[in-house]
Design a protein around this ligand. Structure first.
Ligand code: GTP
Ligand code: MG
Length: 211
């Protein structure tokens, strides 16, 4: 129960920040709530930490429920505040997780390229995201993580390209973008690019809706 209360408190803090930022949207300041999702141990927290300049650790400290982070960056000359909800991938957190999706504008959908099952489960994650975001289909960047271990890969670029093309087709009507990148939280490969791509996709999504 105590853990649950802590999550609620963090969510409240996040919402307060969002209200404050939205009132200053005209000053070209953006606040994007996003989620990081995918199976346990695919590297969500590691990617977030790498993007936040917090380095890399080989330890797997399983996320409990969700980790929350705020980060300010510049994008296309505008100030962008990321509100990142880094969700727990383990099945046991499914119930708790659902409340963190609400109101998010986009997601980094992560699989581990050395673990085929984490790729095959992407649709389950997408379903969960679309169901709980409250916005339906939203921009998604698919990340094949652990590219530094590419010699042990169980998922090949052509598999993902096929998957992403199908997904892109299914959301094209809504003017939503889906893209794919291979990343490594260990080396930092494409980590900055992944967040930038998502930021740009969200901007396009908002512009298409006159926002
Ligand atoms: N070699 C390599 N290992 C990685 C990479 N990213 C993460 N790891 C390792 O994978 C394990 C899991 O990483 P986490 O970032 O904790 O995974 P997670 O997706 O947040 O897991 P949950 O919070 O349980 O859902 C850790 O041992 C990391 O060191 C990567 O790009 N390359
Ligand atoms: Mg984690």
């Amino acid at each position: 129960m105590k853990v649950f209360d802590r999550f609620r408190k963090r969510e409240k803090e996040g919402n307060k920040q969002q209200e404050k930022k939205q009132s200053s949207l005209e000053k070209k300041e953006y606040l994007f709530k996003i989620t990081l999702l995918g199976d346990g141990a695919v590297g969500k927290t590691s990617l977030r930490k790498r993007y936040m300049g917090q380095g890399f650790t080989t330890q797997h400290l399983m996320t409990i429920g969700a980790d929350f982070a705020i980060l300010e960056k510049e994008i296309e000359g505008n100030k962008l505040t990321w509100q990142i909800w880094d969700l727990a991938g383990q099945e046991s957190f499914k119930k708790v997780r659902s409340m963190y999706y609400k109101g998010c504008f986009g997601a980094l959908l992560v699989f581990d390229m050395t673990r085929r099952s984490s790729f095959e489960n992407l649709d389950i994650w997408l379903k969960e995201l679309y169901k709980h975001s409250g916005r339906g289909k939203i921009p998604v960047i698919v990340l094949g993580n652990k590219a530094d271990l590419a010699d042990q890969r169980e998922v090949f670029p052509e598999d993902v390209e096929k998957y992403v093309a199908k997904l892109q087709k299914s959301v094209a009507k809504e003017g939503v973008e889906v893209k794919y990148l291979e990343t490594s939280a260990l080396t930092g490969l494409n980590v900055e690019k992944a967040f930038n791509m998502l930021g740009e996709a969200i901007m396009k999504y908002l512009r298409a809706r006159g926002k």
